[in-house]
Ligand binder design. Structure first.
Ligand code: ZN
Length: 153
């Protein structure tokens, strides 16, 4: 079963178009056994702020990177878990790039280069060119190959 229903995917695509030319990011939480009651939360991409403050450590700006504040994410996830909702999807967009899982995406999804921070969460990447959605792809951690692999959306 897809972790996302069509209307949630539509909402994420709207977010990607609105944030263009910057990357959008957000999460989807919901009940473990179905996707009808999923909730999409838009998160703030703080990458531009990080880049302005510290361009040496944050080389990229929000056109090619995303960053969610740990505090914002923690608040959303603890509110969700108190309602019995699980963290299903972390999404972000790729303005003017295809819907692949980049090296940077992999690095951001791992603690120490090999342990996934959220092993049961899928990652959705939405490709948007010239303010139009071109493609999307879902990736999940495969513990056997120790890589993120594209799964059926
Ligand atoms: Zn990415």
């Amino acid at each position: 079963m897809s972790p996302l229903a069509q209307e949630q995917l539509d909402e994420i695509c709207r977010h990607a178009v609105e944030e263009y030319p910057f990357e959008c990011c957000g999460i989807v939480v919901g009940k473990p056994d179905h996707n009808n009651e999923n909730i999409v939360y838009r998160c703030t991409n703080i990458q531009n702020k990080l880049h302005e403050k510290d361009p040496v450590n944050y080389v990229r700006d929000a056109r090619t990177a995303y960053n969610v504040s740990a505090l914002e994410l923690q608040k959303l996830l603890s509110a969700a878990s108190s309602k019995g909702l699980i963290f299903k999807v972390l999404y972000h967009s790729h303005p003017e790039h295809d819907a692949y899982f980049s090296e940077e995406d992999t690095r951001m999804a791992l603690f120490d280069g090999e342990t996934p921070i959220y092993p049961d969460t899928s990652y959705l990447v939405v490709s948007v060119y010239d303010k139009k959605i071109r493609d999307q792809a879902l990736f999940s951690w495969n513990p056997e190959t120790k890589t993120f692999e594209r799964t059926l959306d």
